[in-house]
Design a protein around this ligand. Structure first.
Ligand code: MGD
Ligand code: MGD
Ligand code: MO
Length: 768
C-alpha cells in the first residue's frame, strides 16, 4: 500500500469538528477519560487496535486522525467506565429490565461476570465460568446438532471465528449463519456468480488511479467515514463521483460538516457527489439498466459510423460471456419503464452514462441500498454488467467495491464461518483435525428463524449480535426465541436478546478488542480482514472491563472443550493460551492467504489476500466473467400493483447508532432530534394522506399471509425523498419486515423496500 500520510485534518469530522461536539458528548456520556487522545491515537494504526466500528481499509501510512466520529463513539461505548455487575441484577428483575429502552440497556455499561438466568427470582445470577461451560456442554450433548444454531456477528476476530466454526463442525453442524446473511450476502452470491469471487476487488491504491466513482446505496458519511480521506484525495484530482440514493445524504454531498458551512476546508472543492440521483428505493436495477442502455446505444452508433468502439470489445470477447443476450435486453427495454421503476428521467441516466463513457477506470461503491432487497442479488449483478461493458475490473482504478459492515464480517467468511459447506475447506479441516465434518448445508439467518418458528431449533449461540432486534418479524420471532431450550450470548453489553431468553440462558461477558488480552503465554493480539481484503493485527491497550471478563477465544475454547471432550483432537487449552498457535492452524488450512500469518499480520496497511478476479482470472461456472440478463426491471415483487397510498419503506441507520446499539436518539445529519420513531416522507405523500408535520401514524405491512404486522407511534417529517418512498429507522421498524420478504438467492432481508400502508393517524402529540 502506498497511500500517502495525510496530515490534514479529517475532512468530515474536522469541518469545524462539528462532530467534535458529538465525540465529546459521548466521551462525557460514557465517563471515558479518552480526552488525552492516547487511545484514539492508536485506533487503526499498524501498532494499535483496529476500530470496532466499520470495516473500511486501514492505510499503511495512516492519517493523523485515522478514526472518525463513528469510530470514536464505538470506542467510547466499549471503554465506558459504567459497569453491569451481578449487583445490578439484584436490583433489577428481567421483567423490569424488559421495559427499558434498548439504548438504556446497553448504556448501563459493560457486563463483568458470567451469568445464568434464575427462573425462581427472574434474575440473572453469577456463576463460575467452568459451571457455565459444563452445563452448556451437557445440554449440547443432549441435543441434535442440526437443531443448534451458532450465530456470529461480524466483529469477532479471525482467530475466534476459526475456532468457532471448527467447534460447530466438530460438534456436528454447519449451522453457522453470520451477520453477513442480513447484509452483504447478496454480494457474496452475486459477485461469486459474476466474477468468481464473493468479495470486492479494489484496494486503497485504486483510489489513486480511478477516473470515476459511483455510489449506490451506501452512506459513507456515517457508516464508513474514514473512506472520505480517499474520496477527498480523488476529488482533488478532479475525479467525479456519481451517487444514486433516494435521500440527499449530507455525508454524500459535501466534505465539510454540513452544519458548519463556514468551516468547509477547501472552498473550491467541497462537493463529494458531482451528480446526485434520487433513485426510488428498489429502482437501482432499472437505473443501472438505463446507463447500460445508453452506453450500448452509443456503441451501436459508433460501430455503424466506423468510429472507435465505446464498449471494451477485447475484454468482452476474451473475458466475458453473455454480452449479446444482455445487450439485446438493454436495447429492447423501454425508457418509459426504466423511468417509472427508477423514478429518474432518461436524461439523468444519460448524463451518468456520458461520464461513464469518458472514464477509463471506474469503481462502484455500494452498500445496503443495493443488497437488502428482494432483488438484491440482481442489483449486484447489474452493477457487474455495467462494469464489464468497459472492462472495469482487473485493472488499476476499477472494480466493484462492496463496502462491508462489521469490522471483520468479510474475514469470518474467509476462515470458514459459513452455513454453505462448499465455501469451507471441509476436506482440509477433516485431515488437519482428524474428524468427519458434516456435509449438509446449514441454516442461514432467515432459515434459522423460520426453523425456530416451526419449533425445530433447540439452542442458539450468539457470538455477539442482538438477533431479537436485528432480524425481521420481531413479533413472530420473540415467542419462538422464548421457547428455545438454551440461549447463550457472548456479549460486551446487556441487550434485548438476553432479556427475551430460552429456558436455560447464559450471558458470557467478553473483552472488547480495545482491551488488553492477557493469557498464559502473555498478552495476545488478534486479527481481522478489512473491506478491501487486507488482514491486520490488532493489540488491545486499555485495562479489561473486569477481572472476570474473558476473551472470545477463551470462551469458545471453554465451550468446545466442555462439549467435545475426547471427541476433539484440538488442544483447546493451548489455543486459548496462545493465539499464535491458532494462526498457525489457519495458515495450514489456507496457505495461499495466510502463509507466515504470525509475521505478516503486522505488515503496515495489512497483507492482501490473493484474488484471481483481480488478475482477470474468473473462477465462475463458465470460467469467464458472466453478464446477466435481469429477471425483471427490479420492481419489488411484493409491492402491490394497485393500492393507492401504498408506500415502500426503507429502514435506515442514523449517525448515532451502530446497528442495534443506539448511542443516542438524534440523527444529526438528517435533522432528526430526540426521536427515532420518525418517518421521513415526501411532501406530496403527506398531503395525499392529509398529514401535517409531526403527526403520529401507524404503519401496517401490506402482505396476504394473514399476519397483522404493525408499528404505532411514528411521527412524520417532511423530507426530500421520492414520492411513494418513506424512510424509518432500523431496528424500530423491524416488526414490519416479514421474514420471507428476502432476496431469493441470498436470503438477505428486504429491509430497504417493505410494502406498507398508513392505517391510523393522529394529531401531533402535545409533547412531540
Ligand atoms: N456508524 C455506523 N457505522 C456502521 C454501521 C452503523 O450502524 N453505524 N453499521 C455497519 C454495518 S453492519 C453495515 S452493513 C454498514 C451499513 O452501511 P450502509 O451500506 O451505508 O447502510 P444503511 O445505512 O442501512 O443504508 C445505506 C444507504 O442506502 C440508501 N438506500 C436505501 N434504499 C436504497 C435503494 O433502494 N437504492 C439506493 N441506491 N439507495 C438506497 C439509504 O438512503 C442510505 O443512505 O455500515 C457499517 N458501519
Ligand atoms: N430493518 C433492518 N434490519 C437490519 C438491517 C437494516 O439495515 N435494516 N441491517 C442488517 C445488518 S447489515 C446487520 S450486519 C445486522 C446486525 O445484527 P447483529 O449482528 O445481531 O447486531 P449488532 O447490533 O451488530 O450487535 C450488537 C451487540 O453485539 C455485542 N457486542 C458488541 N461488541 C462485541 C464484541 O466485541 N464481542 C461480542 N461477542 N459481542 C459484542 C453487544 O452486546 C451488542 O449488544 O442487522 C441487520 N438487520
Ligand atoms: Mo451489516
Amino acid at each position: 500500500m502506498t497511500t500517502k500520510r495525510n496530515t490534514e485534518a479529517y475532512p468530515y469530522a474536522s469541518g469545524g469538528w462539528g462532530s467534535l461536539k458529538a465525540v465529546t458528548r459521548i466521551l462525557t456520556q460514557e465517563h471515558v477519560a479518552l480526552k488525552d487522545g492516547r487511545v484514539l491515537a492508536k485506533q487503526n494504526k499498524p501498532d494499535g487496535f483496529m476500530c470496532v466500528s466499520c470495516s473500511w481499509a486501514k492505510p499503511a501510512e495512516p492519517h493523523l486522525f485515522e478514526f472518525c466520529e463513528s469510530g470514536a463513539k464505538a470506542t467510547a461505548w466499549d471503554t465506558t467506565s459504567k459497569r453491569v455487575t451481578p449487583d445490578f441484577f439484584e436490583l433489577h428483575t428481567v421483567a423490569q429490565l424488559s421495559t427499558w429502552h434498548d439504548h438504556d440497556l446497553e448504556a448501563a455499561g459493560r457486563l463483568t461476570a458470567p451469568l445464568r438466568y434464575d427462573p425462581a427470582t427472574d434474575r440473572y445470577v453469577k456463576v463460575s465460568w467452568q459451571d457455565a461451560f459444563d452445563e452448556i456442554g451437557r445440554e449440547l450433548n443432549s441435543m441434535r446438532p442440526e437443531s443448534v444454531v451458532f450465530y456470529t456477528s461480524g466483529r469477532a476476530s479471525l482467530e475466534t471465528s476459526y475456532m468457532y466454526q471448527l467447534f460447530a463442525r466438530m460438534y456436528g453442524t454447519n449451522n453457522l449463519p453470520d451477520s453477513s446473511n442480513m447484509c452483504h450476502e447478496s454480494t457474496s452470491v452475486g459477485l461469486k456468480k459474476a466474477i468468481g469471487a464473493g468479495v470486492g476487488t479494489i484496494t486503497l491504491d485504486d483510489f489513486e488511479k480511478t477516473d470515476l466513482m459511483f455510489f449506490f446505496g451506501q452512506n459513507v458519511g456515517t457508516n464508513s467515514p474514514r473512506m472520505l480521506h480517499q474520496l477527498q484525495d480523488a476529488r482533488k484530482r478532479g475525479v467525479p463521483i456519481i451517487t444514486f440514493n433516494p435521500l440527499r445524504e449530507p455525508g454524500l454531498i459535501r466534505f465539510a460538516n454540513p452544519q458548519s458551512p463556514r468551516q468547509m476546508l477547501t472552498p473550491n472543492d467541497t462537493l463529494i457527489s458531482t451528480q446526485y440521483h434520487q433513485v426510488k428505493n428498489g429502482g437501482d436495477s432499472a437505473a443501472i439498466l438505463g446507463i447500460c442502455k445508453a452506453v450500448i446505444a452509443a456503441d451501436d452508433l459508433a460501430r455503424e459510423q466506423g468510429r472507435e468502439r465505446i464498449i471494451d470489445v477485447p475484454f468482452i470477447e476474451q473475458h466475458t460471456q453473455g454480452y449479446d443476450a444482455f445487450a439485446r435486453y438493454a436495447r429492447d427495454a423501454a425508457w418509459s419503464d426504466i423511468e417509472t421503476v427508477s423514478g429518474l428521467p432518461r436524461d439523468a441516466l444519460e448524463a451518468a452514462a456520458s461520464e461513464y463513457m469518458k472514464a477509463n477506470a471506474v469503481m462502484i461503491h455500494y452498500g445496503m441500498g443495493l443488497t437488502q432487497h428482494r432483488l438484491g442479488v440482481q442489483n449486484v449483478r447489474m452493477l457487474c454488467n455495467l462494469l464489464f461493458l468497459r472492462g472495469n475490473i482487473g485493472k488499476p482504478g476499477a472494480g466493484p467495491s462492496p463496502v462491508r459492515g462489521h469490522s471483520n464480517v468479510q474475514g469470518q467468511r474467509t476462515v470458514g464461518v459459513t452455513e454453505k459447506p462448499e465455501l469451507a475447506p471441509l476436506d482440509k479441516l477433516a485431515s488437519q483435525f482428524s474428524f468427519e465434518p458434516p456435509r449438509e448445508t446449514g441454516m442461514n439467518t432467515v432459515e434459522a428463524f423460520e426453523a425456530m418458528i416451526a419449533g425445530k431449533v433447540s439452542a442458539v449461540f450468539n457470538l455477539g449480535g442482538n438477533l431479537v432486534r436485528s432480524v425481521p418479524d420481531r413479533a413472530r420471532i420473540e415467542p419462538a426465541w422464548r421457547k428455545l431450550r438454551l440461549t447463550v450470548t457472548v456479549a460486551t453489553k446487556l441487550n434485548r436478546s438476553q432479556l427475551v431468553h430460552g429456558e436455560i440462558a447464559y450471558i458470557l461477558p467478553c473483552l472488547s478488542r480495545i482491551e488488553i488480552d492477557r493469557q498464559a503465554s502473555g498478552e495476545q493480539a488478534v486479527s481481522m480482514e478489512d473491506s478491501t481484503g487486507c488482514m491486520h493485527g490488532s493489540r488491545g491497550m486499555v485495562e479489561p472491563a473486569g477481572e472476570e471478563v474473558r476473551s472470545e477465544p477463551f470462551i469458545v475454547a471453554g465451550m468446545a472443550k466442555a462439549t467435545l471432550g475426547e471427541r476433539s483432537s484440538v488442544d483447546w487449552d493451548a489455543w486459548k493460551d496462545d493465539y499464535s498457535i491458532v494462526r498457525e492452524e489457519i495458515a495450514r488450512t489456507y496457505p495461499e492467504i495466510f502463509h507466515d500469518f504470525n509475521a505478516r499480520m503486522w505488515t503496515p496497511g495489512g497483507f492482501l489476500r490473493p484474488l484471481p478476479a483481480r488478475e482477470r482470472k474468473w473462477q465462475t461456472e463458465s470460467g469467464k466473467a458472466e453478464f446477466m440478463v435481469p429477471e425483471t426491471l427490479g420492481e419489488d415483487p411484493d409491492m402491490p400493483e394497485r393500492e393507492p397510498g401504498a408506500l415502500r419503506l426503507m429502514t435506515l441507520r442514523s449517525d448515532s447508532q451502530f446497528n442495534t446499539t443506539i448511542y443516542h436518539h438524534d440523527d444529526r445529519f438528517r435533522g432528526v432530534k430526540g426521536n427515532r420513531m420518525t418517518l421521513l416522507m415526501n411532501a406530496s405523500d403527506m398531503a395525499a394522506h392529509g398529514l401535517a408535520e409531526g403527526d403520529i401514524v401507524t404503519l401496517q405491512t401490506i402482505a396476504d399471509d394473514g399476519v397483522d404486522r404493525r408499528v404505532t407511534g411514528f411521527s412524520v417529517k417532511t423530507y426530500e425523498i421520492p414520492p411513494g418512498c418513506i424512510a424509518g429507522y432500523y431496528p424500530e421498524c423491524n416488526p414490519l419486515l416479514p421474514l420471507w420478504h428476502c432476496a431469493k438467492e441470498s436470503k438477505v432481508p428486504g429491509a430497504k423496500s417493505i410494502p406498507v400502508r398508513i392505517v391510523e393517524t393522529g394529531r401531533q402529540r402535545e409533547t412531540a
